[in-house]
Design a protein around this ligand. Structure first.
Ligand code: AMP
Length: 175
């Protein structure tokens, strides 16, 4: 199955110049969704980790299924002011704007290895912020797995340069 065929590309969304890679067309096909989750599970077997973390909100769609299959705890990295207890917080730049993500301070124990999953990596700003949240919690990033890598935007290369392990399922050029 070619998962790429299930991604819809929408020009100039959410603003001019961005070619939006839409995963709703992948997850509405139950076979493509299951195949995607299974491929993430297969890739994850290369790494040793205690917990699965994902970035709100499309990361949650894939990562919660992976965590269920692997019987590993699931940690939500959420947008600002969504988590009710004490949080670590980090601001970062997006391909189209700025944002803040947070994690509960009691989500990750010291030295725990965390696999981070997201739907897509573009510039890598979100992924680096996610890694910082894990590290602020005194955990370690075991690896990143993305469904889609927009390779022209260099996020994946930056993560590798910074000694993170990265796996992707689908490659598209930049915009
Ligand atoms: P970045 O921080 O630049 O790597 O952006 C990654 C985040 O923004 C991911 O969580 C994506 O869901 C979203 N994103 C960025 N660019 C796109 C795009 N071209 N199509 C769909 N989602 C995108």
């Amino acid at each position: 199955m070619n998962l790429k065929d299930f991604i819809r590309s929408i020009p100039d969304y959410p603003k001019k110049g961005i070619l939006f890679r839409d995963i709703t067309t992948l997850i509405k096909d139950e076979k493509a969704f299951a195949e995607t989750v299974n491929r993430i599970v297969e890739k994850s077997k290369k790494f040793e980790f205690d917990k699965v973390a994902a970035i709100e909100s499309r990361g949650f769609v894939f990562a919660s299924a992976v965590s269920y299959i692997l019987k590993k705890p699931f940690i939500m990295l959420r947008k600002k002011n969504k988590l009710p207890a004490d949080v670590h917080s980090i601001d970062f730049e997006l391909e189209y704007g700025t944002a803040t993500i947070e994690v509960h301070k009691d989500s990750i124990e010291e030295n725990e290895n965390v696999l981070i999953i997201d739907d897509l990596i573009a510039t890598g700003g979100t992924a680096e912020a996610a890694a910082k949240l894990i590290e602020m919690s005194k955990g370690k990033v075991a690896a990143f797995i993305f469904v889609i890598n927009l390779f022209d935007l260099g996020g994946c290369d930056t993560l590798i340069k910074n000694h993170y392990k990265v796996e992707n399922l689908i490659e598209f050029p930049g915009h």
